[in-house]
Write a protein that binds this ligand. Structure first.
Ligand SMILES: [Zn+2]
Length: 396
């Protein structure tokens, strides 16, 4: 394994039987590893990029301990060995509160043209608070038990380090639904001090801050009321602290409330284009335009159950890489290359069989390259756009 020195961008291109570097001076956002034989792209030119991923639910797999994360398993989508093999430098690690066993999630039912899943009932605060702390403790345990291989990212420098150092993975602590935060927002400041740098006010349910979208296909995301007064205070406080607001599960009214109140670039960490796949969780053209106008970012998700990728809305494990790149192209054509990134939703959903897990991500870069993207373009999608937006939002 070799690594490019800090302060340079290197592209290692492996032709069949020939390997060589092209080194481009200047920015430091992508360092390419060697060797490449395990990337999994068949034939032709194989290009590996370091990347930052906008959303994963991997902490849910660490509930009983973090040992298997470092050892590696074949389960789910992300662990340290598979992540490093793929070029996963850093990612948003979500703290998410599942429904308690006593109150299971409602099941989806078929409608004339698709399906609808009713909104789950709000969670009890004391349950959510306890659960949040338990999952956050696992996140910090990842760093403690990593022998320096896992870094809690609190600054842009931490992210840059994960890009430059092949042996370091960085995690950005994210809350997916603020159920574990009290109305006084006391827990918010404690979580910030601990390392929280990103927060979605709601998951797809209601809480004291607002209401998320139910999963419904086909449907507009305009499904319910916007932010509550508590939600508006939460957004302002996140602005003050430098915590990124994630719009991905908010309904449309909530989205526009954040757009009006927040000083930060608008970010949807794991959502696609509604014009292609009209599920409530995807973004309408108007929302996409607002994100672009705010200098914000959309992390494209690979979720196919629930399906956020293909136009039929049906669970579709046979979805192709081009079905995902279609969303990337759509967003780029509308608001430009600076406003699109990756937001897998690994370990929180099912992904197309041909992607399999995090080791499939280089196939996306390979596909974009085949479709005419330059290395510079791929570099923006892979990590430069995340670095730009987070450096606007974070305090350091
Ligand atoms: Zn989600």
């Amino acid at each position: 394994m070799s690594m490019m020195s800090s302060g340079k961008v290197g592209y290692l291109i492996a032709l069949e039987g020939i390997k060589f570097y092209i080194v481009i001076p200047a920015c430091s956002s992508i360092i390419i590893q060697y060797p490449l034989q395990s990337i999994g792209v068949e034939g032709g030119i194989r290009v590996k990029h370091k990347f930052i991923d906008g959303h994963n639910d991997t902490l849910m797999k660490c509930e009983k301990g973090v040992g298997s994360f470092f050892k590696g398993t074949n389960e789910g989508h992300i662990d340290w060995p598979r992540g490093k093999k793929a070029g996963f430098a850093a990612g948003f690690f979500a703290v998410f509160c599942p429904n308690p066993d006593s109150d299971p999630l409602p099941v989806a039912y078929s409608t004339k043209k698709g399906y609808e899943k009713p909104l789950p009932r709000p969670l009890d605060f004391s349950y959510a608070y306890r659960y949040t702390n338990k999952v956050m403790a696992r996140f910090f345990q990842l760093e403690k038990e990593s022998d320096g291989r896992f870094l809690v990212a609190k600054t842009i420098k931490d992210l840059e380090r994960s890009i430059q150092d092949d042996d370091v993975m960085a995690g950005i602590l994210h809350m997916e639904g603020a159920e574990g935060i009290d109305e006084n927002l006391d827990a918010l400041s404690v979580y910030y001090e601990a390392g929280l740098r990103s927060l979605g006010p709601v998951w797809s349910r209601a809480n004291t801050f607002g209401e998320g979208v139910p999963y419904r296909f086909p449907s507009s995301p305009d499904t319910g009321p916007g932010l509550t007064e508590n939600g508006k205070r939460l957004v302002k406080e996140c602005n003050k602290l430098g915590i990124m607001i994630d719009l991905s599960h908010l309904n449309e009214k909530g989205f526009w409330d954040v757009a009006e109140i927040s000083d930060h670039p608008l970010v949807a960490t794991h959502s696609n284009a509604h014009a292609i796949c009209p599920v409530t969780r995807n973004l309408t053209d108007k929302q996409i335009d607002a994100i672009g106008a705010s200098n914000g970012l959309i992390g494209v998700t690979y979720s196919i159950n629930p399906n956020m990728v293909t136009s039929d809305g049906k669970n579709n494990e046979a979805a192709k890489i081009t079905d995902i790149t279609e969303h990337i192209h759509y967003i780029v054509d509308r608001i430009g290359i600076d406003h699109v990134a990756l937001g897998s939703d690994f370990d929180g959903t099912r992904v197309p069989t041909m992607l399999k897990d995090v080791t499939g991500v280089p196939k996306l870069f390979h596909q974009l390259k085949k479709e005419g993207w330059s290395d510079e373009d791929i570099e923006k999608l892979a990590c430069k756009n995340w670095l730009r937006v987070l450096s606007e939002i974070w305090k350091d």
